[in-house]
Write a protein that binds this ligand. Structure first.
Ligand code: GLN
Length: 261
């Protein structure tokens, strides 16, 4: 116990000394830096939301969001740290000023527009429901008394919530898409709600799921890059400018086709 206290005392002293000497903690305080030329933005993202962000077989963090951000950052000359936190955690980090922006296949919704400023839309998406291929559930009518999996804070979860009373199912929540899928694979939940492009990618990769409902009409929302309302305008402007240039040059299509071609 005394060893711990003296360690704290030492760290406190060390931090105090660093502050007294005016040592800048470069890279640790991105949000508070006033020199925009050397600022490193903290950008938060999901952990596993392929093809938008995921870890590939060679253990690299890749995806459409990851590549778009890299190409835009290179073009517009801003530096950033990409932090893979999970969707709900990424939005919470933005909300509490721990992150400057979010890029995470984040849907642009009217409700979110009250709190965040979004870039131009960069990808169209909608919610779907998927089940284990070959199972009994063919649609919402088969969900009575069953459990359904959803991911915290997502449009998929909101969609599930809007249907649960009508169809009489219960929702189990997860923080990450793979955990939500696992709950269906093990049979605890009979279905999950996910963004269609992500589920379709998973099905193509052989995840053993099947899409049985597509909410194109009520739950279509394109993805955008988000900052806190009224904050980091220069970053948002740079993102929009870079995105437009990537679209004009054909590089946007190249990035998308790299994952979906
Ligand atoms: N597009 C969905 C949303 O914004 C899900 C995003 C995600 O799970 N990364 O709610």
């Amino acid at each position: 116990m005394s060893a711990q206290m003296s360690r704290r005392g030492f760290l406190g002293l060390a931090a105090g000394t660093a502050a007294a000497l005016g040592l800048g903690l470069v890279g640790c305080g991105g949000s508070s830096s006033s020199d925009s030329g050397s600022k490193t933005y903290k950008i938060a993202t999901d952990t596993s939301f392929p093809p938008f962000e995921f870890t590939d077989d060679s253990n690299n963090f890749v995806g459409i969001d990851v590549d778009l951000l890299k190409a835009i950052g290179d073009k517009e000359g801003f530096k950033y740290d990409l932090q893979s936190l999970g969707f709900d955690a990424a939005v919470a980090a933005l909300e509490s000023n721990q992150a400057d922006a979010v890029i995470a296949g984040m849907s642009i919704t009217d409700e979110r527009k009250q709190k965040y400023d979004f870039s131009e839309a960069y990808y169209d998406s909608y919610v779907c429901m998927a089940v284990k291929d070959g199972g009994d559930v063919k649609g919402y009518d088969d969900l009575k008394g069953k459990k359904v999996a959803a991911k915290n804070g997502t449009q998929g979860a909101s969609c599930a919530e809007s249907l649960k009373d009508k169809y009489g199912f219960e929702i189990t929540y997860f923080d990450e898409s793979p955990l939500m899928y696992q709950d269906v694979t093990t049979g605890n939940s009979v279905a999950c709600f996910e963004d269609y492009p992500v589920m379709a990618y998973g099905v193509k990769k052989g995840n053993g799921f099947k899409v049985v409902a597509e909410e194109k009409e009520n739950w279509s929302t394109p993805y955008g890059f988000a900052v806190l309302k009224g904050k980091n305008k220069e970053l948002l402007d740079a993102f929009n400018k870079g995105l437009k240039e990537l679209r004009d040059s054909g590089d946007y299509d190249k990035i998308v086709n790299k994952y979906l071609g």
